[in-house]
Design a binder for this molecule. Structure first.
Ligand code: ADP
Length: 241
């Protein structure tokens, strides 16, 4: 499923968080939205998901205008910055919640929920933790549960907001590789937000660099290494060019 963003803008009070911007994300691509804090990455991701409304412009999924469509009907899997797991629910119940928010006609029967939860936990390799509570899990495990819950919604695309932001360096590296493999295996279109240049350059098929509510550069990691137009990337690469 491709994503087309046409002249999308967003203002919070007097502050222009997104200036009118255009962006196309191709079917099957894994795109990293990279930029410093406050550059508008999360706002853009939330507008794609339907969690936030744009002031103007259009969002198209595979050519279909979804601008007015409710988040539930957009078929996106969203992974929040700090996992956003329910503390009072077990791992299995958290994942089942993802099935519960499906539109009524697609909601599985109670009997099949159990089986689907088991399959999803298997996919993220955490079947053995089904009856634990989030507080008993490591950060990396929590994030994989959040992903399983997002996948339960049978999404056609995966949107991840700073998915590894709260994790330590070693786990970050492991999960990066894991996200890349999962994306390839599922054949989704995926967009993830990060302020970490190394992460964006390592994981993405294409990096979209944002600055002050605008897109500064879009390029493959290889091209970004060669010609970083953005100061944010240029400085990270040590100003080698
Ligand atoms: P990033 O993800 O790149 O850090 P955000 O999209 O979260 O940036 O935010 C862009 C700017 O918009 C920030 O300055 C932020 O404070 C502001 N902003 C985001 N959401 C809101 C909101 N709900 N109300 C007011 N200001 C907001």
């Amino acid at each position: 499923m491709s994503i087309q963003i046409k002249q999308i803008s967003k203002q919070f009070g007097d502050f222009q968080a997104l200036k009118p911007l255009n962006l196309t994300i191709n079917e099957g691509e894994l795109v990293g939205l990279l930029g410093p804090s406050g550059s508008g990455k999360t706002t853009l991701l939330r507008i794609i998901a339907g969690l936030e409304t744009a002031d103007q412009g259009q969002i198209l999924f595979s050519g279909k205008d979804v601008t007015q469509l409710h988040v539930r009907d957009r078929k996106v899997g969203f992974v929040f910055q700090h996992y956003a797991l329910f503390r009072h629910m077990t791992v299995a119940e958290n994942v089942a919640f993802g099935l519960d928010v499906l539109p009524k006609q697609q909601r599985p029967s109670k009997a099949s929920i159990k089986q689907q939860v088991a399959e999803l936990l298997d996919k993220v390799q955490l079947s053995h933790l089904a009856s634990r509570y989030p507080a008993q899990l490591s950060g990396g495990q929590k994030q994989r549960i959040a992903l399983a819950r997002a996948l339960a919604m049978q999404p056609r695309m995966l949107l991840l907001d700073e998915p590894f932001g709260a994790l330590d360096a070693k786990v970050r590296k492991e999960l990066r590789r894991w996200l890349r493999n999962l994306h390839d295996e599922l054949g989704f279109t995926s967009v993830f937000v990060t302020h970490d240049q190394e992460e964006a350059l390592e994981v993405s098929d294409r990096v979209v660099v944002m600055s002050q509510g605008q897109i500064e550069q879009e390029a493959t990691p290889q091209d970004l290494y060669q010609q970083p137009a953005s100061r944010f990337v240029y400085d990270f690469l040590g100003g080698v060019n």
